[in-house]
Design a protein around this ligand. Structure first.
Ligand code: RIB
Length: 281
């Protein structure tokens, strides 16, 4: 039996985070804690999380010819991600400016840098059972990838208008409640809506078919929890599990990802997710 292979296509960033008591309001200046730098980007987070969950994972993304780019590649390699399809561009590596409040909630602003240059036309996706993409890189690139994938999962994040063709080329669309506002649920064949601490729901053409609730945890930092959910979902989808099992696994992995600081600070192992699932049953 050959093991499934996953490709993750998307953004890689350097995350610069300041922790604050409350998130800033418009026009407000706040004093926070010291700056923390870590590795992020929805694509890179999802690739690292999937590899950590034991899936053979290849990342397709862009970095700059700078020290942040070197760190992105080194970090993905350390997580076991195949980085041979990561390319260097002429601009800087993407940077995300993040604030995290005392409840673990966040705001994120991204300067995309070379992420916008991602172009996969010369690359083949035939060997991958599942390809997972997001919308932090060009939508045209993502549509091209989706059309050439055997099975494409779209995490339609960050919130944006998503082209009908891309929705149609996606086997499952994964969004949070904010991202859902730009979509019409009844027009999407298969959609998963993540609800933060309330778990996730699965819809077919707008009809709710399944729901999963996560374990109760005390979140430290929710940045990247959605990425871990998507990665976990993709790994179980690639293994051909049924939707109810996939959802339970993914909400558990997403909850565990909130237990440390940084988008990749608490990436769970497959064994840890299964331990929590066993405890809950
Ligand atoms: O989903 C979290 C990620 O969004 C952060 O790591 C940041 O880089 C932005 O891409």
């Amino acid at each position: 039996m050959t093991l499934p292979r996953l490709a993750v296509v998307g953004c890689a960033n350097r995350d610069v985070t300041i922790r604050v008591k409350d998130l800033p309001r418009t026009g407000e200046t706040l004093l926070g804690e010291d700056l923390q730098e870590s590795m992020g980007g929805k694509g890179a987070n999802q690739a690292a999380a999937a590899a950590r969950l034991g899936m053979a994972t290849t990342f397709f993304g862009m970095v700059g010819r700078d020290s942040a780019g070197e760190r992105v590649v080194r970090n993905l390699t350390a997580h076991g991600v195949d980085v041979r399809c990561v390319r260097e561009g002429n601009g800087p590596t993407g940077t995300a400016l993040i604030t995290v409040d005392s409840h673990g909630e966040n705001t994120i602003v991204v300067a995309p840098g070379v992420n916008d240059e991602l172009d996969c036309r010369a690359q083949s996706f035939d060997v991958f059972d599942v390809v997972l993409g997001q919308l932090e890189v060009s939508a045209r690139t993502m549509l091209d990838v989706a059309r050439r994938s055997r099975c494409f999962l779209l995490n339609a994040a960050p919130p944006t208008k998503v082209h009908r063709d891309l929705l149609d080329a996606s086997e499952v669309v994964i969004v949070n409640e904010t991202e859902l506002l730009g979509l019409t649920l009844s027009e999407i064949s298969r959609c998963v809506v993540t609800l933060g601490a309330r778990g996730a729901e699965y819809y077919e053409f707008g009809e709710r078919r399944d729901v999963a609730r996560p374990p109760v945890v005390q979140p430290v930092d929710t940045v990247g929890a959605g990425d871990v959910f998507c990665a976990a979902f993709a790994t179980q989808f690639a293994h051909g599990r049924d939707m109810s099992e996939i959802l339970k696994y993914a909400v558990t992995a997403g909850a565990l990802a909130t237990l440390a600081v940084g988008a990749q600070g608490a990436l769970p192992l497959d064994s840890e997710v299964r331990e929590w699932l066993a405890r809950a049953s």
